[in-house]
Design a protein around this ligand. Structure first.
Ligand code: ADP
Ligand code: MG
Ligand code: MG
Length: 861
């Protein structure tokens, strides 16, 4: 197959073949935009390279030399020609964007002869030797694996010896001398074709850099894809004052505003902008100094956005007053921006509602819902930088990624403070609550990566002076922030504050509501919430929950005003004593349920009967036992003995769930009386309660029959007494493998089944949910499991059990409602599966409800 494509031979639809960068360079070329010509070596070639044990295919060089000839003709210069040299950039680019994760080599093709030629041709020796030394430095580091630091040291040393401080003070002779020194440090190949071949190999190999691995893991990008290599004629932003490099977004990537947004550095190569070592000017600065270039750039960005129908992130260079486009791609954006852009673009007629829904990732929704610093509570701002990634974060100051990781592992929230960040710092950024850098713009590494992660960040905080060895960051006003201090970042405003500043719950916006209403229109799965308290339930309802999918009644008994009654009930020595406490508990339970029915008026509320191991309620220390003894008037010795006897070796597989109903039917009676009693009261208040009573931890149909009988009988009693009837349903929680495997037999007895995927996963794997952290990290690291099965549903086994349960029970009794109420109910990847399985609803924690609404819509679109 063809391995090399010229820029006029591909299009934006060739991402898989040419990588995103290569495909878009082709597209821009075809659109007639000013793109320096070049060619792309395909991603299948990269896979060939790896399969052959990191060897380029035999014929590849011949193939790309043909393409290279055509590029030379187009550009009117020749690769390696001492009189009229053509230089190349050798760029990486996978099908999925991995910004900054792989390697790039610039100015390739220079050697002693062609550098001299470039100097003559451009009549700019200073520029030529600056390029040459940059090239050696980059080539040595990226291709030859040399230590990059030594070059910086060599330059520093030279500058000190010659009384110079800044690059601008360096003359052509100075750079020439630097080149000579560099060449004593590495064995640099002069032959341009050897340089090219080595660079192509190096770019392929950079697919496997550690930072690229981390990035792929975080973003679920398959390891097998590989990267394309793009070889492109160089243009020079460092040519002089009418040259420069920039990065721009067609809309504001931070807040989504529809205004052209970007940064530009005069007389600088593109790498200077991305590295964040100089703080750039806003792109409008071009308008003053090079108005024609600005106009062309402005028109180009508008055209590209319209063409791609998405916000674009552009890289461009200006050489001697001429604009060149080097890259376009869909721009990374914050959650807030993604929602605003999606909604605006539908209004502008650029995309459809369905497309808009697909543009917003669940992470975006989540980050939109991040906490914000309470403006009313702001303390003195000690430093201000760029609002690189929104949200509020408080944490202990650390100065390195390693420290961030260890401190976070100890359970502390951390703020990572750096002069700038590099891809080497990703693992630290990942665990940090916030990132603060002294240098760099809105498009610097720190800013881009933090936004992508939804981590709050401030960049370009120039009023800080960071001293790594001392572990301090000092503001211009002399405030010293030390390692371990607590600081707060407001990433939305770019403000740094001392101490822990209160935050307000994440905000909402009209755009967000609009998008969610589209999600509701396009989804089939219903979304409910797991909630017990009226406050949580109200929050859930506000966030769009269509009912409660799991009300864990045991949580209602942990409150301080009733836990003693609960304990008394558990410790009761006979039925009368137990009944005494149950009568008290009934009052609590009924009024709690009534509150819940009031909040959830008109919507279903699934109430699960008592589930936890009983001993969880009992006092654990001697002190607590003594205290309880005096409160409920029972001898300490009795309490101790009972507590002891209730201890279980394996409580998760112990005396819980409907097993309690079998042994203590009176507890279930009380609960049903409370639930139905509350429903009756709600009805009397004119409300519409829809209680659904759920039996937990079922293993067979006899349990369901026994408990249903209790439920039906109690309900009959209540209804007769009150002369009022309420609709209700009885269902079962599907959380033991046995229940799933025997679902057809359970079916005739129930009206709904709700999968308790936490327990179902625990029992399918035999992984204790509470102890899994002892070995799961190693399991993930050693790839013993693909992902944490408690986060994202395991489709292979747990999913199969669910599928079997649904198929067989549905065949036996059509019309059963199916739900899921484990943690997976809020996990987008799992939601896709639940949709495909044809469940009726997912139930998740209140704050995940919007994420689930979007994910449910995406599952259908
Ligand atoms: P990344 O994928 O990390 O963004 P790129 O391949 O885009 O890497 O290259 C990084 C930078 O190198 C670009 O932003 C651009 O400024 C510069 N660059 C790449 N190719 C060229 C070129 N042909 N001429 C001038 N500068 C280039
Ligand atoms: Mg780039
Ligand atoms: Mg359970």
């Amino acid at each position: 197959a063809k391995r090399v494509y010229l820029f006029n031979e591909g299009s934006k639809d060739d991402r898989d073949l040419l990588g995103g960068k290569g495909a878009n360079l082709c597209e821009m070329t075809t659109l007639g935009l000013p793109v320096p010509f070049g060619f792309t070596i395909t991603t299948p070639t990269c896979r060939e390279f790896f399969q052959a044990g990191n060897k380029l295919p035999a014929l590849l060089e011949q193939e790309y030399r043909v393409a290279l000839d055509l590029v030379e003709r187009e550009m009117g210069a020749r690769f390696g020609d001492p009189e009229n040299p053509l230089l190349f950039s050798v760029r990486s680019g996978a099908a999925v964007s991995m910004p900054g994760m792989m390697n790039t080599v610039l100015n390739l093709g220079l050697n002693d002869e062609s550098a001299a030629g470039l100097a003559r041709k451009t009549d700019n020796p200073r520029f030529a030797y600056d390029c040459y030394r940059r090239f050696i430095q980059m080539f040595a580091a990226v291709v030859m694996g040399a230590d990059g630091e030594q070059f910086e040291h060599a330059i520093e040393h030279y500058k000190t010896e010659h009384g110079k401080r800044y690059d601008v003070e360096m003359s052509a002779q100075d750079w020439q001398e630097i080149v000579r020194i560099f060449k004593t440090l590495v064995n640099f190949p002069e032959d341009p074709f050897i340089q090219l071949k080595l660079a192509v190999e190096a770019v392929f190999l950079s697919w496997h850099t550690p930072r690229a691995h981390v990035y792929r893991e975080m973003n679920n990008i398959p390891e097998t894809l590989g990267t394309a290599v793009t070889v492109q004629a160089m243009v020079f932003g460092n040519f002089g004052d009418t040259s420069g490099s920039g990065v721009a977004f067609t809309r504001n990537p931070s807040n989504g505003e529809h205004s052209f947004f970007g940064e530009f550095l005069f007389n600088a190569a593109g790498e200077d902008v991305v590295a964040g070592t100089r703080t750039p000017l806003p792109v409008v600065a071009l308008q003053e100094r090079l108005p024609e270039v600005y106009d062309e750039l402005y028109a180009t960005q508008a055209l590209l956005e319209k063409h791609y129908r998405d916000m674009q992130d552009l890289e461009f260079t200006v050489q001697e007053g001429r604009l060149y486009m080097l890259q376009t791609r869909s721009g990374k954006r914050t959650g807030r921006a993604s929602i605003k852009i999606a909604v605006d673009m539908v209004r502008e007629g650029l995309i459809t509602e369905r497309e808009a829904l697909m543009r917003v990732s669940p992470e975006h929704v989540e980050s939109f819902m991040h906490p914000m610093i309470d403006p009313a509570q702001k303390t003195t701002i000690v430093a201000t930088g760029l609002p690189a990634s929104p949200g509020g974060a408080t944490g202990q100051v650390v100065f390195s990624a390693e420290e961030a990781v260890t401190t976070a592992a100890e359970g502390h929230s951390v703020v990572l403070v750096r002069r700038e960040t590099t891809p080497e710092d990703i693992h630290g950024m990942k665990v940090a609550a916030g990132v603060l850098t002294e240098l760099g713009g809105m498009t610097s590494h720190a800013a881009v990566v933090a936004r992508g992660m939804g981590v709050c960040a401030i960049t370009g905080c120039g009023s800080l002076t960071i001293n790594y060895p001392a572990g301090t960051a000092t503001t211009d006003d002399g405030v010293v922030i030390r390692r371990g201090d607590i600081i707060t970042l407001d990433g939305t405003a770019g403000e740094v504050m001392l101490g822990d500043v209160p935050k307000i719950e994440a905000s909402s916006s009209d755009d967000f509501q609009v998008l969610l209403s589209w999600a509701d229109k396009h989804r089939r799965l219903k979304v409910r919430a797991n909630a017990e308290t009226p406050v949580d339930a109200a929050k859930a309802r506000e966030l769009g929950a269509e009912g409660i999918g799991l009300c864990r009644t045991e949580h209602m008994f942990f409150e301080s005003d009733r836990i003693d009654q609960m304990r008394g009930m558990i410790l009761a020595e006979n039925r009368e004593e137990r009944q005494h406490y149950l009568d008290i508990l009934l009052q609590f339970q009924e009024s709690d349920m009534l509150d819940l029915f009031r909040v959830m008026d008109g919507l279903p509320v699934t109430v699960r009967l008592l589930d936890p191991p009983l001993h969880e309620f009992l006092p654990h220390t001697e002190e607590d036992m003594v205290a309880l003894s005096s409160r409920i008037g029972k001898p300490v010795a009795k309490i101790r003995a009972m507590t002891e006897s209730l201890k279980e070796v394996n409580p998760m597989l112990g005396f819980r769930g409907c097993r309690l109903s079998v042994v203590y039917p009176e507890v279930t009676e009380m609960q049903v009386k409370a639930i139905i009693g509350a429903a009756v009261k709600a009805t009397e208040e004119g409300l519409k309660p829809y209680p659904e009573i759920m039996i937990p931890l079922v293993i067979n149909v006899r349990e369901i029959r026994l408990v249903s009988k209790i439920i039906d009988r109690v309900i009959q009693e209540v209804v007769q007494e009150k002369q009022i009837s309420v609709p209700y349903k009885i269902g079962t929680m599907m959380e033991t493998p046995r229940a799933a495997l025997g679902a057809d037999r359970l079916a005739p007895e129930v009206e709904f089944m709700s999968f308790g995927t936490n327990d179902l996963t625990q029992m399918t794997y035999g992984f204790s949910r509470d102890d899994v952290s002892k070995f799961l990290p190693q399991y993930l690291e050693k790839k013993m499991v693909e992902s944490d099965p408690f986060v994202s549903l395991d489709l292979r086994a747990v999913g199969r059990l669910m599928e079997l349960a649904v198929t067989e029970s549905r065949a036996r009794k059509p019309g059963i409602k199916y739900g899921i109420c484990g943690e997976h109910g809020g996990d987008p990847r799992s939601i896709q599966f639940f949709h495909d399985l044809g469940l009726d609803y997912v139930s998740c924690s209140p704050f995940r409800v919007p994420v689930a609404r979007i994910a449910a819509a995406q599952a259908k679109v």
